[in-house]
Design a protein around this ligand. Structure first.
Ligand SMILES: [Zn+2]
Length: 251
């Protein structure tokens, strides 16, 4: 009887050990899978424009571009965080120069960079959403380039990878179109268009990159729309869907 008991105990001991080993193997496999899938995820950099002393455009009802760009970036990041590794160049109200914004994206070897801004005009009726991809224009610089050049010169800074964006301009154009299509599908307060521009904020980005002017906050009607949490959430969802569309065709 005692012999059978000993054999039974030994089998039970081995069975417990095997179960434990299988459990450890399963957990290790799961951890490794999670780790691998995390590192395989595309890296997206969202760049909320302005910050700190640089307030950007101010709306008639007190909306600051620096605050709204950060708010929109945070909502987009929440939308995308399960499928992608999303980072913001700034996460609070402080100022960053342009090279620091681009350097962060280049050092992380990001797969996509979106700088988020809002438009401003003395003409309060001015409206619309525009997504810019990098395009060198010989001769006269446009407003966007002049503003960026002024910032760079006044702070005595240089972009490290000047014009490297040229190698990505076709895919950046596709990215701009993907996001535009989704915005025009779901957003009613303004029409979105795509335009090439020699924007220095893009010139040093070594990945598909665009700048968004996500509506005119100098237009009181558009400012009201953008202050609406539901509108802003729909806007963020549209942008996120546009990014997902882009990655479906550009892995
Ligand atoms: Zn801006």
């Amino acid at each position: 009887m005692s012999v059978y008991c000993n054999i039974f105990s030994t089998y039970r001991y081995i069975a417990i050990l095997m179960s434990f080993a299988l459990l450890v193997m399963a957990i290790t496999a799961e951890v490794m899978a999670k780790k691998t899938s995390y590192h395989n995820k595309k890296i997206i950099i969202l760049d909320p424009g302005h910050g700190g002393h640089d307030k950007g455009v101010q709306g008639m009802n007190g909306t600051y571009e620096k605050a709204l760009s950060l708010k929109l970036a945070n909502i987009i990041a929440k939308e995308l965080k399960d499928k992608y590794r999303v980072f913001l160049t700034r996460t609070d109200d402080y100022w960053l120069d342009i090279p620091s914004r681009i350097d962060a994206a280049n050092h992380l070897k990001a797969d996509l960079f979106i700088s988020i801004h809002f438009g401003g005009s003395f003409l309060h009726k001015a409206s619309g959403i525009c997504i810019y991809y990098y395009k060198e224009i010989s001769g006269s610089a446009n407003i966007l380039e002049k503003a960026t050049l002024k910032t760079i010169k006044s702070n005595n800074i240089q972009t490290q990878w000047h014009n490297i964006q040229n190698r990505h301009k076709t895919t950046s154009h596709v990215l701009a179109e993907s996001v535009k299509n989704r915005i025009n599908e779901h957003i009613e307060f303004a029409k979105c268009k795509v335009q090439g521009a020699p924007a220095l904020v893009l010139s040093g980005a070594d990945m598909p990159a665009v700048v968004m002017e996500a509506g005119y906050i100098s237009n009181p009607a558009d400012e009201k729309e953008l202050k609406d949490a539901k509108v802003l959430s729909n806007f963020a969802k549209s942008i996120s869907k546009g990014i997902e569309d882009f990655f479906k065709t550009h892995n």
